[in-house]
Structures are given as structure tokens and as C-alpha cells.
Design a protein around this ligand. Sequence first.
Ligand code: GLC
Length: 437
Amino acid sequence: MFNYEIVYMKKRILLSLLAIILSFPAIRAQEYTPTPENLQARKTFQDNKFGIFIHFGVYSMLADGEWIMNNRSINYKEYEKLAGGFCPSKFNAAEWVSAIKASGAKYICITSRHHDGFSMFNTAQSDYNIVKATPFKRDILKELSEECQKQGIALHFYYSLLDWYRDDYPVGNTGRGTGRTLHENWPAYYQFMKNQLTELLTNYGKVGAIWFDGQWDHNSSFDWQLPGIYDLIHKLQPSCLVGNNHHLTPIPGEDIQIFERDLPGENKAGLSGQDVSQLPLETCETMNGMWGYRIVDQNYKSTKELIHYLVKAAGKNANLLMNIGPQPDGKLPEVSVTRLKEMGEWMKVYGETIYGTRAGIVSPHDWGVTTAKDNKLYVHILNLQDNGLFLPITEKVKKATLFKDNSQIKFKQDKNGVVLYLPEVPTDIDYVITLEM
Ligand code: GLC
């Protein structure tokens, strides 16, 4: 091939790449200026640091996770019959909220409608909902929103963009085996989502965030018309934060960046290669292995592991949204309630080093992380087989104390940094040293 031919080809490739990039709705999306209320809500969200995720729906009865309809290719007409037997008779909003509050969590995010298309609230947009299609007849989201207001904890709603049940949803990569007769009608489906979101943001008091999921069901050329949805949310409740678990860098209109099963900047689960943005960050993770209830999964993370995850999230400037899948009878699994209680006991003592903090100046290491608030730097030692620790801090340290008993910690500082001389090799869940700067 001649040289000029190569140059020409390169040019053509570049131009087609540019055309592809420009056709991404995300990149074309307009500017977004968050309102003052929204900016304040972002700050409060970051200060809160810890939330509990709830995956609850008719799938909970089949007790094998929230993807069972897709995974077993269950026919939508058969799946629909589950609703007729859905009666979580032991559901008690006050019990849920108290158990969650006891953990020190400051917000709850619950599935309002998951991929299976079943609405967990009394929507006028479809009878396939918890009030109209079940013998239970109660609006769980309503009861929960009232209880959250009463007990002073924020409520967020998960909302699936994709739907394995409705025939107007343009079928994507998943839910292909559910046997729907397809009458794809994007405008109708889009309007349905907008109407449901309007209900959620009108009838359930203050909503802390809408947490979208499922965008990955279509490839990047599909236009979800998200700006229209995001605008609607911000118009209805300016302080409501928009987050989208699309596993991509956030687009205008989003107020938080979500990571699934990985802390920002890590990618062990394979869903988090995206850049870390300047927005408030949140990582969601399961307490056992599944989001929705799974009867055979007793593989719960230990309280220590959960606390470590929360601390590490804080050290990476992120919130932790820890998931629980309630049982078909409406109760939270006993193990999860115990974990919540134990995390709460720890938070009662150490909350000061987590709530309201931001990532500290020393970046995360194998030994642990740092968090910061006002003139204090909290050094969270999670894993150290030594009683000396070097920190590359150039700012002047005035005082070092052991957080749990306020005893003085010896240290030495020179131009390279600070060496802490600990009185013992740390064995606590989190051995916290407070540095006054
Ligand atoms: C994934 C799963 C979905 C779950 C979500 C929670 O997107 O597909 O079922 O709700 O993660 O992060």
C-alpha cells in the first residue's frame, strides 16, 4: 500500500470513530447546572456515608435472586401469577427502619420496580403492582416512606430502566426468554417511566435519590432520552439526587456516581473500568452474594469485613450502600439484622471518624486508609503486622492520639513524612489514630 493510501485510511477511520462518538447520546447531552438545594443534598449525601440497599419483589418468593425470571427464562404470563400469592405478612416498616437505623446507616434505597417489571408501589400506570395484583394489598413504599420520615432517615428509590414484562419495552440483551409478544413502543414505554417517576416523586414525600439501573441492556447507540427523565426529577424535587448504575462515567444530569461491587478505582468484579468523577461516589455491595433473597446463600460477610468495606469506601471518598434481600415473608434475614446491629455498635464509637469526612491526604494502602474532617486526619489501620507506620505527610502534625482511649501516640516528623510509634501491633477491627494538623 502507498503511503498516501495509509494516511487516507487512517483519516477515514478517525472520522468514523468521531461520528460514532458524536452519536452517543451521553456525549451530545446538554449542560446541567445543579440547583443550590441539589448541591446541598450532595454534601449531605457524602456526609451520610452509609446506606442500606433493599432488593424486594415477587422474585423474593422464588428465593434465587432478582434475576430468576431471566435466568430460568420464565414465561411472563407464568411469572405474573407470582403476584397472586405475594403476601409478605410479616413486613413491618417500623421493624425494618429500626433495624437499619441501628446499623448507623443514614439512608435506605429500595427497589420500586426491578427488571421483572413488578411495581412495589401503588402505581396508576399498571395494575401489575403490589396493591392491585396481590392479596397483600399494601403499598410497601408508602409505609416505608412514612416510617422513614418518622424515624428520620432518608429514602431513595431504585428504578429499573429495562423491563422483562412489558411488551412496549424495546427488548434488549436480557429477558429474551420471557415469551412476550412484542409490540415495541418506545414513546409509550418512555411515557410510562416518566409517569411512574412522577408518582414516586409526588406521593412518597421527600425522595433522597433515584437510583437507575439497566441501561446496559442496550448498547451505546440506543437513546434512552435520559436528559428528559433527569430534568423531570429535578423539576419535581430539585434536591433529589440522580444516580445511574450504567457502569460508565456520569453524564450531565447525574448527581452521584455509582460503582457496583467495587470501590472507586478498583475493578475486581469487572463492572468498574470507568473514570472516577468529581461527583459524590457510592459503591454498592451485597451482604451475602445476591441482591434479591437467595435461600441457599448463607455466605454472609463477617461484621469485620463489612466494617472494613465501609472504612475503605470512606477512605476512597465514597459512600457504601450495603444490600439486604428480605425474605418472602417480609422479614429481614436474621443474620443481616445481627450484622446491622454489630456495625451500629462500631459506628457508635467510631462514627466520628466516618460521618462527615472526606478521603484523607494519605491515599489508600494495604495497611488501611485515611479520612479527614476539619483539622483532623484519621488514620484507619486495618491490616498491619508491625508497630511502626510511615505516612508521607508534609503538613505539620501537632498531636497524635489513639482514637479509642485518647492516649498519646509517639511520632517523629521530618521533611519526608511522619513515623508513628504504636504501643502495640494493632489487632482491633480498625485501629484509629487521630492526627491533629
Ligand atoms: C446489577 C443487577 C441488578 C441489581 C444491581 C444492584 O445491575 O443486574 O439486579 O439490582 O446490580 O447494584
